[in-house]
Design a protein around this ligand. Sequence first.
Ligand SMILES: Cc1ncc(COP(=O)(O)O)c(C=O)c1O
Length: 465
Amino acid sequence: MHDKHTELLQQLTQAYTARYAGSQQSHARSLRVMVDGISHGARTWEPFPVRIRAAQGAWVTSEDGQQLVDYWQGHFANILGHNPREIVEPLLASLQADYGLQTGLPEEQEITYAEMLTQATGADQVRLTTSGTLATMYALMIARAYTGRKLVVKVGGGWHGANPLALKGVSHSGSGYGGVDSAGVSAAAEEEILVTRFNDSNALEELFREHGDRIAAFIFEPCPSVGGFVPATKTYMHTARALTERCGAILIVDEVITGFRYCASSATSLYGVQPDLATYGKIIGGGMPIAAVTGRRDLLALTSDSASPRVWFNGGTYSAHPLALTAGIAMLQTLKERQDTLYPALSRRATELRNRIEQVFADRGVLARCSGAESPVLGAGSLASVYFPLQDDLAPQGPDDLNDPRLCDVVLREQVLKLGLLLAGVNVVHGLGALSTEHGDREFDVTCEAFDRIALQIKGMPRRQ
Ligand SMILES: Cc1ncc(COP(=O)(O)O)c(C=O)c1O
């Protein structure tokens, strides 16, 4: 840890431990039976996570009775806020009509959902599964089978779930993105996964020049979350499309976060690019577990029982779960009906919040920026990160810059800001997170007051020599 943060972090940790004593007790209990006390690494932090007992709209309530404005929003899935009426009511109605738990038989809702998703995204076909991790794994299996090639290209910091075909270059080492991130994956992953720098079209061209005839797929997110939501430039997106096409590789765009976040369709639709395959999750499930691989008919055909070679995109006891379909249909329907007002309003609100947060830090003399609004293609969107550049003129291009401790104060963002804001009633991830339709003036006021408190504390920190 940076020396300059030690004192403030200690103070914050002490105050946090006192404030969240109930969560601390639960944490001790959880550690006896659960590894690290949680079921997902992003749900914990030092010294222990806040444990939640209720969630409504923009807010969550902790076990300790603390109300928090929440920008994590179900891993960014809850664009309508927590437990919205639009989703909860159809779920309750389903259960009351003797419908909802898994039957293991095909159902009509599944077709309706598939029709809605393909129509909204312009894909030929879809195959459903239960998590984004599985979706990206299957998409890469399809690409490798179709091309008969092995190499997968991904960007440094790109997160496609703990999918063994893309588990390289996920964690920043302090000097860059590099090796395989997990034990237990095939030894071949080291050679078969190539990591490139996000938004660097020259690097991508170079890589395709060298390995083009051996590349099965290029997979990337239009706006990587660990990259502080710096969106792909138009040039990068179009370069990716052109290079994959030219080299006979499959372009897989991972829309698990971005799908239905910027419009009632894919983010790529705004770039005017049609990928060969796309993966979806989060928003499309309306808070329930659905994920999807969408794309070209000839590619998805490889997953058929009758295909040869066949990609075993099969199994999944809970695939197309009835309640998940109910929630997913309600979500897609709501977004379609309200798209003309919902998305512009979210963008407007996000711009207002970004401006207010940047002003708070400027007023207190702390160098901080809010990312996520850099794209003329995606607009202001509703995803953002607060970061602390070490130099005023940093123009971050994505994960490589924002997670590089030589360019940005990562500890300040991930630890100091996180705890400081939790003490002031706000839960953020990577400096901020996602807005929902439920984040209004009251929530912004609480948020900006919280940022102001932590800005003051940061300003009072001993300076680095
Ligand atoms: C871009 C992206 N792809 C894939 C995944 C994995 O999805 P899941 O957590 O549903 O397995 C995530 C999850 O955060 C993601 O952000």
